[in-house]
Design a protein around this ligand. Structure first.
Ligand SMILES: Cc1cc2nc3c(=O)[nH]c(=O)nc-3n(C[C@H](O)[C@H](O)[C@H](O)COP(=O)(O)OP(=O)(O)OC[C@H]3O[C@@H](n4cnc5c(N)ncnc54)[C@H](O)[C@@H]3O)c2cc1C
Ligand code: FES
Length: 358
């Protein structure tokens, strides 16, 4: 099976010498969430990026992405946090089986949900998260607080109840340490003792939070990570309040709906030509598989990471024929117009599809 970890890390360090990063510590964050800590093998990254972990399970390579909750500025180690998904293969495997000292294959940091801090900045950083969506936001907020003394950070964090708040203590400590940091917790099933906000966010509340931000010279940047419905509501509410689309950044943890019925009906088995690193491969793509899956089945060394159309690691260009994509949020309008596709969520829609990768 192709694996891109080794391609990207030719200079291995002792921490990766056994074919992966060694788990240095495991922290039980809540009843259904653990953090894994790794020694950083000199990887540079930006706040908001993610790692992808691969496991060999039942004869298959399973790869999933996890955002770094560590900050490149304040934390020496790399840390990721994994919340169980009901019926989910890898999130439960990590929570149940991974032990300190294990080696895990890890693809170095990637992703475009990033914040570049600048000491001269004076702006509002407005973060919306729910559940495990806190992970990249924690990295971003620690980084901004350490590097932008004149900026103000507001985190709006939705959870089910008091026990399910990930990083509850860390957030309280940061709030006590930094005057320019505010956390607004809202709980959908809080206990009677809870004195904070209750219920899901509404358009009115989101706009009120935005309008009450302290005055700052720089443009507000919004980072949004949680269930799709929440992210859509945040984006629509803020845009209606005058925030430009370019100021709103979002990270999706799971792919959306997939193809429409009409598009699905158009997809039949097709032969696709893949041009990769000077070689030409002919791949038979069955209707139920994506181009990436079919290529990996033929042991073609394709680049990939999240396999959900979210990270762009598998980006290619369709230079002949037509493809249908289940998810295209990871690509910009210019890329889409330029014929770029994500092979992990693409299906050939016509005969004679040719895709250039890399
Ligand atoms: C860029 C990126 C960053 C991510 N960062 C984190 C992180 O920091 N922490 C974290 O816990 N997860 C994170 N995820 C999600 C993670 O990659 C996995 O998708 C998640 O752990 C589920 O994997 P699984 O193997 O357990 O579930 P699977 O066996 O792949 O899926 C089982 C079922 O659950 C559904 N499902 C998959 N993912 C989710 C989800 N997140 N929420 C609800 N339903 C889901 C699937 O549609 C499927 O029906 C991130 C994903 C991406 C793309
Ligand atoms: S592998 Fe992440 S977008 Fe395709």
């Amino acid at each position: 099976m192709a694996f891109s970890f080794f391609k990207k890390n030719k200079a291995e360090t002792p921490a990766t010498a056994q074919g992966g990063l060694q788990v240095k510590a495991i922290i039980q964050e809540t009843a259904d969430t653990v953090s894994l800590v790794f020694e950083n093998p000199n990887w540079t990254y930006q706040a908001g990026q993610f790692l992808s972990l691969s496991f060999e399970l039942n004869g298959q390579t399973e790869t999933r992405s996890y955002s770094l909750c560590s900050s490149p500025v304040t934390d020496k180690d790399l840390a990721i946090t994994i919340k169980r998904v009901e019926g989910g293969l890898i999130s439960n495997y990590i929570n149940d089986q991974v032990k300190e000292g294990d080696f895990i294959k890890v693809i170095p940091p990637e992703g475009i949900f990033v914040l570049a801090p600048a000491e001269s900045q004076s702006r509002n950083i407005l973060l919306f998260g729910a559940g495990s969506g806190i992970t990249p936001l924690l990295s971003i907020l620690k980084t901004v607080l350490a590097q932008e003394a004149d900026s103000h950070v507001t985190l709006v964090y939705t959870n089910r109840n008091e026990e399910s708040i990930i990083f509850s203590e860390t957030l309280s400590q940061l709030q006590a340490q930094y005057e320019n940091f505010e956390v607004i917790h809202t709980l959908t099933r809080a206990s009677d003792q809870w004195t904070g906000e209750r219920g899901r966010l509404s358009q009115e509340r989101i706009q009120e939070i935005y309008q009450n931000l302290p005055q700052k010279a720089g443009a507000t940047q919004v980072y949004n990570c949680g269930p799709e419905a929440m992210m859509d509501l945040v984006a629509e509410s803020l845009q209606a309040a005058g925030v430009a689309e370019a100021q709103i950044h979002h990270e999706k943890f799971s792919g959306s709906s997939g193809l429409s019925e009409t598009e699905s009906a158009e997809i039949v088995q097709q032969e696709v030509t893949i041009l990769l690193e000077g070689e030409t491969f002919k791949v038979n793509v069955p209707a139920e598989k994506t181009i990436l899956e079919a290529a990996l089945d033929q042991d073609i060394d394709m680049p990939f990471s999240c396999q959900s159309g979210l990270c762009t690691a598998c980006r290619g260009k369709c230079i002949e024929g037509k493809v249908a994509m289940e998810e295209d949020d990871g690509l910009s309008e210019d890329e889409l117009e330029g014929g770029y596709i994500l092979t992990c969520v693409s299906h050939p829609k016509s005969k004679g599809v040719v895709i250039e990768v890399g």
